[in-house]
Design a protein around this ligand. Structure first.
Ligand SMILES: Cc1ncc(COP(=O)(O)O)c(C=O)c1O
Length: 383
């Protein structure tokens, strides 16, 4: 058994970002500044899109995207029950009402047919999540959105590298929202980004993200003279710092090599677990690119002789950190009390949420770490 605990989702941090952070610390400009501007421009280039606005989280990115789409009180936004609570909370914070459409149990992504059954005269947007890094069925979802004149907001927290039929995740709809939280494929500690093709939307998000102060207010302490700013609406304190962007710039440089590393881990897990009575991630659909953010297996008590929660505990005993992505949204008391949702009303998400386990899938993993994860799973399941 492993001697040291393997932290789930620990990121691969190199000297380049460490030195960049030190240089920002020495520069005297720690807050939003030139490093953020560079990170935005690098990210826009990576996504081949006009505008990228860095924020302090994906939650902020989702919130501001909904506001910039002019969605609020009385409006409904359709989303998935198999997501992090931030997706739902962003809709609520914008003043709108979240409406859940169940997942396709194979892909674990929102089911377009289920979306169609949830559309009402109040529906204004589909907020989809490319779960685990697997792209949603964008042909079907874009068709539905077009037919009903709905906005599409993509929660790409898992999907920086994801593509569908040659097109990059986050560029299908009106807004693509990304997370650079510590466990994500590109990290800045905490951090987020919105991408959009629309200049007005980009400008609005920039203003909303810094108190509603007029564009470029962050430059007010620069070396080209004092600048007054004007508050043009009631915004939020959602800006990213140069300290964070300093990490992100170098993380983004390695986004593809890290993706390659995770793909190797993914393939090793697939091979190793093929004979076990666990459900592995579905095959990757043709003409798509998976972001390899989460490697999820399903632990069915009948087949594995152990419950999912017992498996999680047993992995911890083996010194391997794991994750659960996610208990379905209707399992949480707040949403039950507020919206009357029950897990059984979204049976596919409920089933996945009660059986799923995420195994470590970070670019930081060594071959030995991967061996340890595989050995631990075998020790538990074939006991
Ligand atoms: C699907 C999904 N959406 C949104 C978020 C929120 O991201 P952040 O922590 O950057 O606000 C996460 C983070 O885990 C996520 O996994």
């Amino acid at each position: 058994m492993r001697k040291e605990f393997l932290v789930y989702g620990a990121p691969a941090i190199n000297d380049a970002e460490i030195e960049e952070v030190i240089s920002v610390m020495r520069s005297g400009w720690l807050g939003t500044g030139p490093k953020v501007a560079q990170f935005e421009s690098d990210f826009a280039k990576y996504k081949n899109i006009e505008y990228a606005i860095a924020l302090n989280s994906c939650t902020a990115a989702l919130h501001l995207s909904i506001l910039a789409a002019n969605i609020g009180k009385g409006d409904e936004v359709i989303t998935t029950p198999l997501t992090f609570c931030a997706t739902i909370n962003a809709i609520i914070h914008a003043g709108a009402t979240p409406v859940l459409a169940d997942i396709d149990p194979r892909t674990m992504n929102i089911c377009p047919k289920a979306v169609e059954t949830k559309i009402t005269s109040k529906t204004k947007a589909i907020l989809l999540v490319h779960f685990a890094g697997r792209p949603c069925n964008m042909d079907a979802l874009c068709q539905i959105a077009e037919k009903h004149q709905l906005k599409i907001i993509e929660d790409c927290a898992h999907a920086i590298e994801t593509e569908y039929k040659g097109k990059k995740a986050g560029t299908f709809g009106d807004f693509g929202c990304f997370s650079f939280y510590v466990t994500k494929n590109v990290v800045t500690g905490e951090g987020g980004m919105v991408i959009t093709k629309n200049e007005d939307d980009a400008a609005r998000i920039k203003v909303l993200g810094l108190h509603g102060m007029s564009k470029d207010a962050w430059k007010r302490f620069g070396d080209d003279g004092f600048k007054h700013y004007q508050v043009v609406e009631c915004g939020f304190k959602y800006n990213m710092m140069d300290l964070q962007a300093a990490i992100g710039i170098h993380q983004l440089e390695r986004v593809e090599s890290n993706w390659n590393k995770r793909q190797l881990v993914w393939k090793r897990y697939n091979q190793a677990f093929a004979a076990l009575p666990v459900t592995l991630p579905a095959l990757i659909e043709e003409n798509t690119r998976h972001g390899y953010h989460l490697y999820t297996i399903l632990i069915d008590e009948q087949r594995c002789g152990i419950t999912r929660d017992q498996f999680l505990d047993a992995m911890a005993v083996q010194n391997i950190g794991t994750g659960v992505h996610y208990l379905s949204i209707p399992e949480h008391p707040y949403y039950q009390q507020t919206f009357g949702w029950q897990p059984e009303d979204y049976p596919e998400a409920m089933e996945v949420g009660r059986q799923t386990v995420s195994l470590p899938l970070s670019a930081k993993l060594t071959d030995e770490d991967v061996d340890d994860v595989i050995n631990a799973v075998f020790a538990i399941i074939s006991e």
